[in-house]
Design a protein around this ligand. Sequence first.
Ligand SMILES: Cc1cc2nc3c(=O)[nH]c(=O)nc-3n(C[C@H](O)[C@H](O)[C@H](O)COP(=O)(O)O)c2cc1C
Length: 252
Amino acid sequence: MHQDSTMLNHTNKISRKFCVAPMLDWTDSRCRFFHRLISAHALLYTEMVTTGALIHGDHHRFLQHRPEESPVAFQLGGSNPKDLATCAKMVEDYGYDEVNLNVGCPSDRVQNGRFGACLMAEPKLVAECVAQMSQTVNIPVTVKSRIGIDDRDSYDELVDFISTVAEAGCETFIVHARKAWLKGLSPKQNREVPPLRYDVVHQLKKDFPHLEIIINGGCSHPIAPRGRIRERLWVGPPIRSLPTCTLWRPRR
Ligand SMILES: Cc1cc2nc3c(=O)[nH]c(=O)nc-3n(C[C@H](O)[C@H](O)[C@H](O)COP(=O)(O)O)c2cc1C
């Protein structure tokens, strides 16, 4: 890991005041084009694509997008630093504005591949992934995480994760404000059952004022969480049912 890697994301100029979260089977190129028609500035995220799919599959199919969608962040799933760096370069070459590493997905399939939320137990590996990606591309490298997993959900462990990964060059963290249970809950239950802990994300923001901390989870309407959070906001599934009212305010 390079000592000066915290400097590598200094081109991080994207506005993330309002973002549309990555949603598998939803936020594809056509969906993002539609979202862009009703929001000029929201940062739009792709669905998660694994490093294996990009390296061994039809990468053009996954990476192609229209310039009109911009700004768009491409989300990667993986845990091999070299593969992630290779894929980050592809993402940059295809003109995306940010590359995001998924450290929040709890599905069995993802766990079996040793990526997603289970990586919260391996902060040094995530740091190495971020370091190699940051050294390879000039676009910002960001991380989406949970506030904890299983019984590893103390605030100290979360602080250790954030500080270790930040030292590797990540300046922006998107934090889904609920922990993930990796055994026993389905991905859907993991989006609804563990209680939302906005207070934990607020505390992170206080403890890491130099980092950009973006909150995600339970944002059913932008007005609802605004009073509590007054920070950066990620909107997930409600965007599917409330596109107009959800995106109207950010247009300003
Ligand atoms: C259908 C669907 C697909 C999702 N796919 C992804 C994904 O590919 N990558 C990811 O990081 N999160 C994914 N998520 C999680 C959302 O990005 C978001 O973190 C989660 O839904 C919490 O926000 P909410 O409480 O507003 O639903 C998905 C959620 C849904 C409902």
